[in-house]
Write a protein that binds this ligand. Structure first.
Ligand SMILES: O=P(O)(O)O[C@H]1O[C@H](CO)[C@@H](O)[C@H]1O
Ligand SMILES: O=c1cc[nH]c(=O)[nH]1
Length: 237
């Protein structure tokens, strides 16, 4: 794939082989300014900000993906196929659907069930199971254990809907009955793209609210647990 790509303005060599991917481009800016040394901006196309800097002397990039599978699908494809990115870690928020998962906990998405059509569009002769890279996952678990962070490992649900019509509200609970922990909107597409292009991917999510209890994090609480998520991601690259 030629660069610059249709959605990323970087020149070859400006994006590191490892990248963090928050949904929100302003979170990418925050991560670059607060967690990376010497960060330089490589993208502003569509205001989808991207930066490369250093973490413990290792080059690391961070870029927003937007919301939903088509959006992260486009950016992760161009990052892998255009810029040779090998390791992609989504750092996002998620809503708990399991009663065992509480706000502020971390969820490492071992697999991603989905209601989206993204993976089906690949035209495989059956259902593909989008899974995390095992090496990244085990390092994330090891780091969370060392730091005594509250975390869960398991399935998430990647949905196209943030606002569900009343008659669909029971569907999250049906997935919860199958052991699914939490709902978000991008992981299945990220894992499918990584599999297709032989890259490594993991979603590390912070629980921002609970469908079970109705609890929500405050802005201040989100900042604290958000920092845990970024530290885990940076430490395992
Ligand atoms: O916090 P981010 O990474 O954006 O992730 C979650 O938040 C957005 C919805 O508010 C969706 O993108 C969902 O997956
Ligand atoms: O409830 C939530 C919270 C974060 N992200 C989602 O997609 N849903």
């Amino acid at each position: 794939m030629n660069t610059p790509t249709p959605h990323i303005a970087a020149k070859q060599g400006e994006i590191a082989p490892s990248i963090l991917l928050p949904g929100d481009p302003l979170r990418a800016k925050f991560i670059a300014e607060n967690f990376l040394a010497g960060a330089k901006q490589f993208n502003a196309t569509r205001n989808m900000f991207g930066y490369t800097g250093f973490y413990r002397d290792k080059p690391v990039s961070v870029m927003g993906t937007g919301m939903g599978c088509p959006s992260i699908g486009i950016y992760s494809h161009e990052l892998i196929e255009g810029y040779g990115v090998k390791t992609l870690i989504r750092v996002g928020t998620t809503g708990a659907i399991s009663e065992d998962v509480h706000i502020r906990d971390l969820v490492f998405a071992m697999g991603a069930c989905t209601q989206t059509n993204y993976v089906r569009e690949f035209g495989l002769p059956g259902d593909f199971a989008p899974i995390a890279d095992f090496g990244l996952l085990i390092k994330a678990v090891f780091h969370a254990e060392q730091e005594n962070l509250p975390y869960h490992v398991g399935n998430v649900l990647t949905s196209d809907l943030f606002y569900e019509p009343e008659k669909k509200k029971h569907e999250g609970l049906q997935f919860a009955d199958m052991g699914v922990l939490a709902v978000e909107m991008e992981t299945a597409a990220l894992y499918a793209n990584a599999a297709l292009s032989k890259a490594r991917a993991l979603s590390i999510l912070t629980v921002s609210d609970s469908m079970v209890t109705g609890e929500k994090t405050t802005a201040e609480e989100r900042e604290t647990s958000f920092a845990d998520m970024i530290h885990v991601a940076l430490e395992i690259l």
